[in-house]
Design a protein around this ligand. Structure first.
Ligand code: SAM
Length: 255
């Protein structure tokens, strides 16, 4: 399929650097020289374009994980390594209805909306307007704005939906909203949360037990990148040591 104006591309050079951009009639200045983005029109993903110095940049279809890793942000965000696991253990499927709070910069919102597909819906709660607007901007860039209802509300007052397939909480005090979650989530399905500290993790786990959730799991996911240089393959020098602890729990019928 030919690329057109507005398509997002990851421009990837032989030296391993890359730029995430949108195809337009503009020019892009890079350390490899100036690039006419309109040269990408009528090309396909997998082709290349050249800077004025003759340096090649390959046109790659960006994975959603790379989009969120580079997301414009004003809050802490959910990163790809946690987002992937969240999708698995909240059991997100095409057509699913999912609640999350808070929206923040919209990183997890983008991933959830990407995977619930055209027939699914993400109900994303955020109490601060400036973050809701940024998330909206990010969702529009990824082209899935219509799959998300952003609700400018404090979840202290509860969720407006019932019978949803999954709930995810990314806010400082998730234990305070478990009653609201129980009203919204389908029994037999799962709640997920992320806590940056052990103290928060402990409080959440205790509250989940008190509220009758079962199958409570907590974990930290560590990712170690390997430098793929033939003949000298070894781990990268630096790694991100801590993002947050993930917690999952399952709701059951109380009677
Ligand atoms: C760490 S950020 C969420 C980041 C988001 N998951 C992402 O991936 O971009 C936490 C957000 O929760 C919002 N928040 C905190 N408590 C809230 C509440 N009671 N109701 C609604 N939003 C809340 C904050 O305003 C903040 O934007």
């Amino acid at each position: 399929m030919k690329l057109k104006e507005g398509d997002m591309v990851l421009l990837f050079s032989a030296d391993g650097t890359s730029f995430l951009t949108v195809i337009s009639r503009k020019k892009l200045s890079t350390h490899l020289g100036e690039l006419n983005l309109e040269d990408a029109l009528e090309k396909s993903y997998g082709d290349f374009i050249e800077t004025h110095k003759g340096e090649k940049l390959f046109l790659i279809k960006p994975p959603v994980g790379e989009f969120i890793r580079r997301l414009k942000r004003q809050t802490q965000i959910i990163f790809p390594k946690e987002a992937g696991y969240i999708l698995m253990y909240l059991d997100i499927f095409p057509g699913a209805k999912v609640i999350e709070c808070g929206t923040g910069s919209g990183s997890l919102t983008t991933v959830l909306a990407h995977f619930v597909g055209e027939n699914g819906k993400v109900f994303s709660y955020e109490r601060r307007e400036e973050f809701a607007s940024l998330a909206e901007e990010n969702l529009k860039k990824w082209g899935i704005r219509e799959r998300v209802e952003i609700k400018l509300k404090d979840i202290e007052d509860g969720f407006e939906e019932e019978g949803v397939d999954a709930v995810f909480l990314d806010l400082p005090n998730p234990w305070d909203y478990l009653k609201q979650v129980k009203k919204a989530l389908l029994p037999g399905r799962h709640l997920g949360a992320i806590c940056p500290t052990f103290n928060q993790l402990e409080k959440l786990v205790e509250s989940l037990k008190k509220e009758g959730f079962i199958w409570i799991r907590a974990m930290e996911l560590l990712k170690r990148d390997i430098r793929p240089s033939p003949g000298k393959i070894r781990p990268e020098d630096n790694m991100i040591a801590h993002t947050g602890f993930l917690v999952f729990a399952t709701l059951i019928n109380e009677k």
